[in-house]
Design a binder for this molecule. Structure first.
Ligand code: AHG
Ligand code: MN
Ligand code: MN
Length: 333
């Protein structure tokens, strides 16, 4: 079989399918190039002195790892001069960042979680990068938060990379989900899975069980029923997986089904969830829906949420449709 590179795939999307304009193709190419650079840094690990704490904190009040900062800088630098962006926003930056005056500007807004799964960096477990693309509304300052505060349904593209045993880039342009594996010798991404579909039924769930005592009753009920196994109301035994890198958990769900939950809990009532809406929940929700799955907060569809602030957090339940529907139904009852 002849291999299809990401560049070839995008050119076909632009010229054959008329599915994307040239500047969106460039945007994806540039993000993929940055992902390649991050993958190299992650892969070098201790050899390049990139492990450990950066000694700084981000706007979320989280201690930054060196690789959080390095990945953020790689994405910023790669995307500032191509002429495809109006501004960028990141988990690691309090405010959106404009394009320097000396460079041309475009119509897109790029949001990213430069390094997802930071707690796994120093223990050599998979981490990743998540990104989301919006159009900058006309007449709005692209560096204002307001430009970014659009519901997930407005995303024109979303994707994530997993830096695992192999580096994989998962991408949706709004018409299905495709995965590309990095050929390290060639230095290019090759299409390895086309039109991914999440199996509707599953026997696998992912949740941080250590938070159980803080969960709300609907989540207690749902997970309790899964744990009851064959003898319980669901009538089958479930298996549990929790990587603590959303990218790896979602990639597993895209591969063999499953449900992922980071629900709202009572640990810190000021936070409506752990994960961030704009650069974690929204891009993952778009990808999961495009692959035939579902994504809700338990109370509403994630993609319908009108964001109130750039770093807003939400509850996340996503994956195989049938499971997400059960968990969501319990929240409504
Ligand atoms: P980040 O490293 O970008 O802050 O995100 C980590 C997220 C997500 O990837 C993962 O599912 C979750 O946090 C893990 O949370 P716990 O540490 O509570 O397991
Ligand atoms: Mn993250
Ligand atoms: Mn992160």
């Amino acid at each position: 079989m002849r291999s299809v590179s990401l560049s070839r795939f995008l050119i076909d999307e632009q010229w054959q399918s008329h599915a994307i304009p040239a500047d969106l193709r460039l945007l994806v190419e540039v993000v993929a190039r940055a992902v390649k650079a991050i993958s190299i840094a992650v892969g070098k690990g201790a050899l390049a002195g990139v492990l450990g704490d950066a000694g700084s904190g981000n706007v979320q009040g989280e201690a930054q790892k060196k690789l959080d900062v390095i990945a953020n800088e790689i994405l910023l630098e790669a995307n500032e001069w191509g002429g495809h962006l109006a501004a960028m926003a990141s988990e690691e930056m309090e405010h959106p960042q404009g394009i320097p005056h000396r460079f041309p500007k475009g119509e897109y807004l790029l949001l990213f979680d430069p390094l997802d799964g930071s707690s796994n960096i120093d223990v050599n477990v998979s981490v990743g990068t998540i990104f989301s693309v919006l159009r900058c509304p006309e007449g709005v300052d692209p560096t204002s938060e307001q430009a970014f505060l659009q519901p997930g349904t407005q995303q024109v593209c979303a994707g994530f990379a997993v830096y695992g045993p192999s580096t994989v880039l998962v991408l949706t342009l709004g018409k299905g989900v495709h995965a590309f594996t990095l050929d390290r010798e060639l230095g290019s991404f090759l299409l390895t899975r086309e039109s991914i579909r999440i199996p509707e039924e599953t026997k696998e769930f992912a949740i941080n069980m250590s938070n159980q005592r803080f969960w709300e009753p609907p989540v207690q009920r749902y997970v309790g029923e899964l744990l009851a196994g064959k003898a319980g109301p669901r009538g089958k035994d479930y298996n549990m997986r929790w990587v603590a890198s959303m990218v790896a958990d979602v990639f597993r769900i895209l591969s063999r089904g499953g449900v992922f939950l980071y629900p709202r809990d009572l640990k810190d009532p000021s936070k409506p969830g752990r994960l961030r809406l704009m650069y974690e929940a929204n891009p993952m929700a778009m990808i999961v829906e495009q692959a035939g799955g579902a994504a809700t907060t338990g109370r509403e569809r994630i993609l319908d949420i009108v964001p109130a602030s750039l770093h807003e957090r939400v509850a996340v339940i996503l994956g195989s449709k049938a499971e997400v529907e059960v968990a969501t139904r319990y929240h409504q009852g």
